[in-house]
Ligand binder design. Structure first.
Ligand SMILES: Cc1cc2nc3c(=O)[nH]c(=O)nc-3n(C[C@H](O)[C@H](O)[C@H](O)COP(=O)(O)OP(=O)(O)OC[C@H]3O[C@@H](n4cnc5c(N)ncnc54)[C@H](O)[C@@H]3O)c2cc1C
Length: 396
């Protein structure tokens, strides 16, 4: 089938890989000029570990494993460790794999099938279609989707147009495909009252030390070091803010305003790093809730359809699992002379398999917010005390 995927993040690349190896003719459009490699380490958990194993990616993912959360401390204003990240509360099991988002994106991109069409056709028809190399187009995005009885007509920002059998929206929390096909963000995005920001801090790249998180009421600033780089991270509680997701200066101002008046620990220095970073990233902790993730020939995968919010630590796992389930279901053959099942049934089975995983992930988000962003100085002290009581003495 001729399949268009919007978004080359975790979900989009995983879909392109899984559909390409099954012989589908895949085009991937990504609005950024290249792969977006920023991001703190992410987690692969539970059933998603089986999914990446089935995709043949587990050995490389394990090789790239980091243990950042285990090296993370809450610190006081003098930088002294006061409590440690509770691993039992943030992980599902000891099998969880933490790795740099950048590494996962590269692993998925490297795993895209290359053109493998044989020079001469085989004498007998192969049991499965040969893998097909996806086409990736950067700096382009869908502007219009029109479903016809035998395909979907697409117009792109670039002026290009095309007809596809299926369209997959893997374009993240603020999915354009979702907006165009399922309606405005306001109908589906649930803001959880928290924002997250991330900026490179090159001046600290060669420094040593644990990863530090520092709280003031309703806010957290931190410094993480991994893979030879350092990043400043921020979280803060806030009502929903309206801003243009393409306006970086506006986003940097939002962060500066959120921390205005707080100058303890390294907050001013970390804000300076944010101001200087051209790849600064700000996002809301929002969940996406939709009664169905497919309509006609269009389906959503990853954050676009069922973002659990970064506070859950499960968005990447759902994206990988969703891509795998979707590809398997589109590929499933029934009995009979014309066994290819319709896309509607395949989309429905994809959703039925994944829904319980999504519900569990979305339900588990609130503990993360209360732990990371206590409301008052008293709550911060109480959180630290409770974490110390949980920790083993040799780790304190
Ligand atoms: C730059 C970046 C940094 C991140 N950092 C973190 C982090 O530090 N911690 C964390 O927990 N999660 C982070 N995330 C989110 C995390 O990667 C996802 O929650 C999770 O992996 C699910 O992946 P996804 O593919 O559904 O969404 P995403 O990883 O968000 O990927 C969506 C992709 O779609 C592209 N896109 C968006 N709109 C369009 C459009 N209209 N047309 C075409 N392409 C479009 C985006 O540029 C992006 O490449 C980050 C995401 C990005 C994009």
């Amino acid at each position: 089938m001729k399949i268009l995927i919007s978004g080359a993040g975790v979900a989009g690349l995983a879909c392109a890989r899984e559909l390409g190896v099954r012989g589908h003719d895949v085009t991937l459009v990504e609005q950024a000029p290249g792969l977006r490699l920023t991001g703190t380490p992410i987690d692969i958990r539970g059933a998603a570990i089986e999914a990446v194993a089935a995709m043949g990616l587990l050995p490389e993912i394990r090789r790239r494993r980091v243990r950042m959360s285990e090296r993370t401390w809450f610190v006081d204003s003098a930088g002294e460790p006061v409590a440690r990240m509770p691993m039992a509360a943030v992980s599902d099991s000891a099998d969880d794999i933490e790795l740099l988002r950048e590494d996962l994106i590269r692993i998925l991109a490297d795993a895209l099938p290359a053109a493998t069409a044989p020079a001469t056709p085989p004498a007998t028809a192969p049991a499965t279609a040969p893998a097909t190399a996806p086409t990736i187009r950067f700096g382009d995005a869908i502007v219009a989707i029109s479903e016809e009885p035998d395909g979907v007509d697409i117009r792109f920002v670039s002026g290009l147009a095309g007809r596809y059998d299926l369209v997959l929206g893997a374009d993240g929390q603020h999915s354009a495909v979702r907006r165009l096909v399922f309606g405005p963000d306001g109908d589906h995005l649930r803001h959880l009252g928290v924002y997250f920001a991330l900026a490179d801090h090159p001046a600290e790249a060669d420094s040593e030390g644990p990863n530090s998180l520092y709280n003031v009421p309703r806010r957290m600033a931190g410094l993480f070091r991994y893979g030879g780089r350092a990043v400043a991270v921020f979280q803060f509680r806030s009502e929903r803010l309206d801003f243009d997701h393409r306006d970086l200066d506006a986003q940097k101002r939002i962060l500066a305003d959120a921390f205005a008046g707080f100058r303890s620990w390294r907050i001013p220095e970390l804000l300076d790093a944010a101001r200087a970073d051209p790849a600064f990233y700000l996002t809301a902790a929002s969940q996406v809730h939709l009664p169905a993730w497919h309509r006609g020939r269009v389906a959503l995968v990853g954050d676009a359809g069922y973002c659990p919010a970064f506070l859950s630590g499960r968005g990447t796992s759902l994206a990988l699992l969703g891509a795998r389930f979707l590809a398997e279901e589109l590929d499933r053959r029934g009995p009979g002379p014309d066994p290819a099942p319709g896309h509607s049934e395949a989309f429905a089975r994809y959703e039925a398999r994944l829904r319980p995983h999504v519900t569990r992930a979305q339900d588990r988000v609130h503990g993360g917010r209360d732990r990371m962003l206590p409301e008052s100085w008293g709550d911060i002290a109480a959180r630290n005390k409770a974490l110390r009581a949980l920790d083993t003495p040799d780790r304190l």
